[in-house]
Design a protein. Structure first.
Length: 245
């Protein structure tokens, strides 16, 4: 089984009501479905083991299921009427979050999509864990760039990176509160970042932003690639590029 491949994104997002979060989530999930057949089957995880529920092909039950699944009894929700009940018009300081998948088993080609948005911090994310078996195309840098471009048509991403566990564990600096990290493939909306990237790293500018990546295929991580990623992390971190303003 291949190393876990994950896309982690960040975008600016104002506070949302539960209903606005649900609508945003439906737009994102239904859009991702169009990228590849692996995403056609959608189940909502919820926050308990028994919550797992299939989303109908026409999304007819999406609103009602996700509304149930994003409720957190530990949160004090705010409503226009002053009610403390959890309603479609409720907002939460913590925002809302839910995950979706096609299956519970990695050996069956499992993907997981987690969407969080609408909190006081003003930051949202769409994080995607890709199948580790039977879908090697996702481990191609071009495929991941295409996936990010696909997301950009519905979400104004500020930054994103694609990483695998063996690289993430070596590169992430837990001592610094970065909003975004450096991975195998990286996207930033700020075009001027390309001037800072070492010449030995592949890079590309598009109308949406810039990409830079360690290699054309996500594979075993060498000590040289780890060192290169750490150097870029330290340099961009010191310049403030890894924090969302």
């Amino acid at each position: 089984m291949k190393d876990m491949l994950e896309l982690i994104t960040r975008f600016k997002c104002s506070m949302l009501t539960a209903n606005e979060y649900i609508k945003l989530s439906e737009i994102i999930i239904s859009h991702i479905q169009k990228f590849d057949p692996i995403f056609e089957i959608v189940n909502s995880w919820g926050n308990t083991a028994s919550s797992w529920t299939k989303i109908e092909d026409d999304f007819s039950n999406f609103n009602s299921i996700v509304f149930q699944h994003i409720y957190d009894k530990e949160i004090n929700y705010k409503n226009p009427t002053g009610s403390k009940d959890f309603l479609l018009d409720s907002i939460s300081w913590a925002g809302f979050s839910n995950s979706y998948s096609n299956t519970k088993k990695s050996q069956d080609g499992k993907y997981t999509i987690t969407i969080r948005a609408g909190g006081e911090d003003g930051i949202g994310f769409v994080n995607v864990k890709f199948p580790q078996i039977g879908h090697e195309k996702f481990y191609q840098t071009d495929t991941m760039k295409n996936f990010i471009e696909h997301l950009l048509s519905v979400i104004p991403l500020l930054a994103a990176y694609v990483s695998i566990d063996s690289l993430f564990d070596q590169v992430v600096d837990y001592q610094k509160p970065y909003d975004i990290q450096i991975g195998w493939l990286n996207y930033f909306k700020k075009n001027d970042i390309l001037k800072k990237i070492p010449h030995e790293i592949s890079k590309q500018a598009t109308k949406e932003g810039v990409y830079f990546w360690l290699d054309d295929e996500v594979s075993d991580v060498s000590s040289e690639k780890i060192k290169l990623a750490i150097n870029v992390r330290d340099m961009l971190g010191d310049l403030g590029y890894l924090n969302i303003e």
